[in-house]
Structures are given as C-alpha cells and as structure tokens.
Design a binder for this molecule. Structure first.
Ligand code: PLP
Length: 368
C-alpha cells in the first residue's frame, strides 16, 4: 500500500533556525505580552500583506468574536452557511442571531443578490467569508451595507495574501480577520489576526485582546485574552520568509490539477479570477453526479480507500448543525446553491510538499 496523502501539510520553519531564534526569547525572559518578536511579526505582516494596521491574535476565532464586540454589533447579522463553523459560532457567542443567505456558485462567497431580502430592522452587520480565498463581491456588498447603514466584517481566514488589482482583500469592509492555524497557508501553529484601517481602532483592538487594559489601572471594556506569545511569533517570522515559495508550489499543483481536470466531464473547479492574486489555499472540485457518473461521496470514499484524503469543506452546512437548524433562514429551500454545493464538493490535497508523483496518483483516481 502506498503512503497516505493528506489534504494539507503544515508549513514548518527549519527546526535549527527556529531553535536558534528561540535562544533570544529565552535570554530575554519575555515570552508573551507584546514582546519584541510579536512586534516584529506585526510589522512584517503589515508590509507583506500591504495593510497599515494589523493586530495579532492567539487564533482565528477570537478576532471574529472581538470584531463583533469592537463594533458593538447586536441583533441580527447576515452571514453564509458555507464556511467553517467558527464564523457562525462567533455570532452565537456574542448573543447575535445569524441570518443565513445563499452563496454564489462562481466563488462560493455570499450572493449579494440575496442580502437585501434578509435585512430586517434588527440587522446591524454583514459577515461574509472569502471562501477558499476567492474574493467576495466586495463592491456590491459594501454598497448594500452603505445603503442600509450596516457594518461589514470579513472572515478572511482563507485569504492570506489575496489581492484584487494590487490591493489587499483585507482593505475591504470595516474589519477583516485571519487565521494562522496549522492547516492554513500561513501558520503560526495556532494564531490569527485582525486587520483594521486606522490607528485608533488598532489601539482599541490591542486593549480588547488584553482584557481591555489601557494602562495598569484602566480597563476600557470587557476585553478578552487573545495575545500571541513570542514562540509562535518567531515561528511566524520564519514562515514568512518561505511563504512566497510555498504559495508558488501550491500554484504549480493548481495548474496541474486544472490542466488534467479540464477534460473530465462532470468535474467543476475554479480558474483564477481576473485581476486577483490568489493564494491557492484550497483546491475544491465539484462533482456533478449525472455527468460524472459517480456521487461525490463515492469518489471521496474511492480516494480514501487508496490513501488519498480529500476533505468535504464545507459539508455539512453550518446551518444544518443542531444549534442553527431551527432558524428560519437555515431552511435548505432558502439556501439552494449552498445545499447543492455542499453535496458536490471535495477539496483535493493542496500543500507545498505535494510531488508530481502525488498529484499523478490523485488525478489518476479522478480521471476515468
Ligand atoms: C480556520 C477558520 C476559522 C477559525 O480559525 P482558527 O484559527 O482555527 O480559530 C474561522 N473561519 C474560517 C472560514 C476558517 O477556515
């Protein structure tokens, strides 16, 4: 039996480099609370991502929770069922009612055509996801938000380094959040960040992620603890040196997948979008059972049986989990595209270490 191919593989810094830099952390005896490497990583990410203001977090879920607190979002928030559960859970943890709207099959992001009908007097914000790193229709979402006086928070967990016409995708909306979890393109093991657009907001967010402390004696709000420590900041700084090469390796895999799959009837996938710099974080394929002659789950199991572990991101839909399925907006009839796509999707293995041999083996299972 040949070796297993997993859907992802973490980007790891060279161990000797890592331990070398950790000696400095040990020597300083400053291991968390805005240490020197934390500051260096914020500065380096600000430059790399082309965003003037960024605040590091301890994972990608806490910036979501904190963004809703920071903007004092309440009542109802319009969001997508086609994401990782953390998106909707962040609303739940803030006592906010999620209102699900359908997605656009061409990018798997929120369908702007569905937003207006979901707005009520209680709506305060829109929480879309740049799913698979595909930019949402940011201009239309913003114009609806402006028309109704709503805030926009983007869950950009998949969108590290993604740009539209040279501008970071993180510049859109009021706030954006990132995840640096081990499974993401750029990782600090666990980690995340929030991107904002002015110094005053960054200052407030930095207080909020440290219990709300403004000074030794002053607490400005019921903040939380979500500070990134020095060990993970070092991990991130070293990974940043190899992120471009990792994304290029993913790009090559994507090109190869596309070249072969273009000739396979019943398998849909995404091409690059015009003007967009992609990060190749995921390679979802969508299986049309009638044209392909096999269901998604049959193909998924066939791959698994030969040691190729794709993932059904995002199946099941968030709206189908017990916490949310009783909501009127969670009804499958309200979410026809998301419901169909959740039944068609398999994310193929996608990471920087995949070899030609790996991709040949994966494609061999799909091409008939
Ligand atoms: C990974 C992910 C998160 C959560 O990030 P963590 O770092 O695991 O807390 C949130 N939203 C989306 C869309 C994600 O993929």
């Amino acid at each position: 039996m040949s070796s297993q191919i997993t859907v992802t593989s973490p980007l790891l810094p060279d161990f000797d480099n890592f331990s070398e830099v950790l000696k400095e952390v040990w020597a300083s005896k400053w291991i968390t609370n805005n240490g020197q490497f934390h500051q260096k990583l914020e500065a380096a990410l600000s430059e790399y991502l082309k965003v003037p203001y960024i605040s590091l977090f301890t994972n990608g879920t806490l910036p979501l929770l904190t963004s809703l607190q920071a903007l004092r979002i309440s009542g109802e928030v319009i969001t997508t069922p086609y994401s990782f559960v953390a998106t909707t859970h962040s609303l739940w943890w803030n006592g906010i009612k999620p209102v699900f709207v359908d997605i656009d099959p061409t990018n798997c992001g929120m369908d702007p055509d569905c937003i207006e009908a979901a707005i009520t007097p209680n709506t305060t914000a829109i929480l879309p996801v740049h799913c698979y790193g595909n930019p949402c229709d940011v201009d239309r979402i913003q114009s609806i938000a402006d028309k109704y006086g709503l805030k926009v928070i983007y869950d950009a967990a998949h969108a590290f380094g993604v740009e539209i016409n040279g501008k970071s995708i993180l510049e859109y909306g009021d706030l954006s959040t990132l995840s640096f979890h081990a499974t993401k393109v750029f990782t600090t093991i666990e980690g995340g960040a929030m991107v904002m657009h002015d110094e005053a907001t960054k200052q407030r967010i930095d207080y909020l992620k440290n219990f709300g402390f403004e000074s030794e004696t002053e607490v400005i709000a019921p903040g939380i603890n979500s500070k990134m420590d020095e060990v993970r900041a070092v991990f991130g700084l070293l990974n940043l040196q190899q992120i471009d090469a990792a994304i290029e390796a993913r790009h090559k895999v994507a090109l190869k997948y596309r070249a072969t799959l273009r000739d396979v009837k019943g398998i849909r996938f995404f091409e690059d979008m015009q003007g967009v710099k992609h990060n190749y974080s995921y390679f979802p394929i969508f299986v049309n059972v009638d044209e392909y002659g096999m269901t998604r789950d049959e193909l998924y199991s066939k791959m698994k049986a030969s040691g190729v572990f794709g993932r059904r991101y995002f199946y099941p839909l968030i709206s189908s989990f017990s916490t949310y399925r009783g909501l009127p907006s969670a009804a499958p009839e309200n979410l026809p595209n998301a419901t169909r796509i959740a039944d068609e999707v398999i994310c193929l293995p996608m990471h920087h270490l995949l070899t030609e041999e790996d991709t040949d083996r994966i494609l061999g299972l799909i091409v008939k």
